[in-house]
Design a protein around this ligand. Structure first.
Ligand code: B12
Length: 124
């Protein structure tokens, strides 16, 4: 566990450094991916790894952080015109949060303008 936490800290610092060096120039397409760990979950090592790798491969990734509510995901998807939503979560409680997040999109879709094709991926 200690080794994993240490790795996560180092990886995050490396990503920050590379991000600063490459800045926006590494973004090679306009596809916006929204990423976040769902409500009631604070695990983010795997999320940060995946976000970093997507950014290195030219995607514009908006990382919302951890413990994100369904409504926050909906609002951020609209604000950022995201076409891909990635939900991360490791604890059992995150199953419910993911379900509620997808439900929130189904409810909101009927009265707001979402990206025409929104794809939702989850980690579970
Ligand atoms: C590190 C860790 C922690 C750290 C988290 C640090 C951090 N900043 O993330 C700390 C110590 C804080 C922690 C806290 C807790 N933890 Co914890 N934790 C772990 C541990 C050991 C490793 C998880 C990890 O980071 N793995 C490494 C990463 C690289 O792998 P990954 O997350 O799977 O990510 C990969 C993929 O999933 C993918 N990915 C990630 N997101 C997404 C999204 C999409 C869309 C896609 C496609 C892919 C993708 O990318 C990664 C690259 O391959 C696991 C046990 C385990 N072996 O998994 C327990 C574990 C997840 N924790 C657990 C628990 C219970 C907790 C606590 C509730 C403990 C407590 N009582 O306080 C709290 C959580 C509180 C909360 N509300 O969230 C349980 C969950 C059990 C359950 N069924 O609910 C586990 C399974 C341990 C266990 N066996 O009991 N934890």
């Amino acid at each position: 566990m200690a080794d994993l936490m240490m790795f996560a800290e180092i990886f995050k610092d490396v990503i920050d450094l590379v991000d600063k060096k490459l800045s926006a120039s590494v973004v090679t397409n306009n596809t916006t991916i929204l990423f976040g760990t769902v409500k009631n979950d604070i695990h983010d090592i795997g999320k940060n790894l995946t976000v970093g790798l997507l950014r290195f491969n030219g995607f514009n990734v908006v990382d919302l952080g951890v413990d994100i509510s369904p409504q926050n995901f909906v609002d951020a998807t609209i604000d950022n015109k995201a076409v891909l939503l990635c939900l991360s979560g490791l604890v059992t409680a995150s199953y419910d949060s993911m379900r509620l997040t997808v439900q929130a999109f189904l409810v909101e879709c009927s009265n707001i303008t979402l990206a025409e094709n929104l794809y939702i991926f989850s980690d579970v």
